[in-house]
Design a protein around this ligand. Structure first.
Ligand code: C5P
Length: 306
């Protein structure tokens, strides 16, 4: 007997720009952000099962009911009035609590994967509404394009069309992790930084449309960067090391603790990664990544039942 198994990637994101434009009564912050989907990705497999069951290759990851994969699966069951189950397996490659959107991406890929496995036929707009309740970044990962401007909590996405470039980065993640909510709270407690001079998001968007990484470097900005570095000072050292490795620009992603550099070419990024691996503690994750242009798509993988 053969069993239908679906396999999907759940890519990470970088924020090339993040500005906090206001605070909301629900405790969230109003954002203007520029997302980029990258090819550092978790992997999820879905197989039919009589109930929902999640396993993960990383024993440190909690596979209980609070895991965003299971939350997404239950939400989809409820929304579609579906009683089917699934056996889910997660291969975790995106560092957690690093500002790379791994949890939100896992949730988004779960919605896409189970909508296909259970043949529910929910439309993109319906999945978007569910994603927004799972995480502020989840809606972005449902999109078809690699770059999008996020507004609201980050969940109202305007995709960038046209032939946009492939960017090359080195992403560095120290072992320290930062809780998103605490970085936002710290940002508020430090006065919010709402008055400082900040480049317009249009600089980065214009640079992408022109394929100019040097122009992009002048538009990189993250309001949460200073607070993330205040909580995790080693991130400042990472900035310095990335600058010394001939990056054209460096930035904290989201609420950290990941810091990335952008490079002119894949070979510049590879050389920088080699140099950084020689200079950084072994506990730091150092990955060469590129823009992931392909949207998340389920791949059918028929395996003999074991
Ligand atoms: O939506 P998500 O679960 O990623 O957000 C985690 C936490 O980060 C929220 O509970 C909130 O404290 C903070 N946050 C925020 N404003 C946003 C996004 C997140 O204050 N736009």
């Amino acid at each position: 007997m053969r069993l239908t198994i679906l396999r999907l990637l759940a890519p990470a994101k970088l924020n090339l720009y993040l500005r906090i434009v206001g605070r909301r009564s629900d405790g969230y912050h109003e954002l203007e952000t520029l997302f980029e989907r990258i090819d550092l990705a978790d992997e999820l497999t879905f197989a039919p099962h009589d109930r929902l069951h999640l396993t993960c290759d990383d024993p440190a990851l909690d596979c209980g009911p609070d895991n965003l994969v299971l939350k997404a699966a239950r939400l989809l069951q409820q929304a579609a009035g579906c009683r089917q189950g699934a056996s889910l397996h997660l291969i975790k490659r995106i560092p957690v609590a690093a500002g790379l959107g791994g949890g939100s991406s896992d949730a988004a890929s779960t919605l896409i994967g189970l909508n296909a496995l259970w043949r529910l036929g929910l439309r993109h707009e319906q999945l978007l509404a569910l994603a927004a309740t799972l995480g502020s970044d989840a809606a972005f990962f449902l999109g078809g394009r690699a770059f999008a401007i996020g507004r609201g909590r980050g969940e109202r996405c305007e995709e960038l069309d046209g032939a946009l470039p492939t960017l090359w980065h080195v992403v560095v993640v120290p072992p320290e992790r930062l809780a998103t909510a605490e970085v936002y709270e710290g940002f508020d407690a430090q006065g919010g930084g709402l008055t400082g001079r900040v480049p317009s998001i249009r600089i980065a968007v214009h640079a992408l449309c022109n394929g100019s990484v040097h122009e992009l470097a002048t538009g990189l900005h993250n309001d949460l960067g200073p607070e993330a570095i205040r909580r995790c000072p080693v991130m400042q050292e990472i900035h310095t090391l990335l600058r010394e490795s001939r990056s054209v620009g460096t930035l904290v992603s989201g609420s950290g603790s990941a810091v990335f550099g952008i490079y002119q070419s894949p070979s510049h990024a590879q050389q920088a990664a080699v140099q950084l691996r020689g200079r950084c503690p072994a506990s730091w994750r150092i990955a060469v990544t590129a823009t992931a242009h392909a949207p998340v798509t389920p791949i059918q993988d028929n395996q003999p039942r074991t």
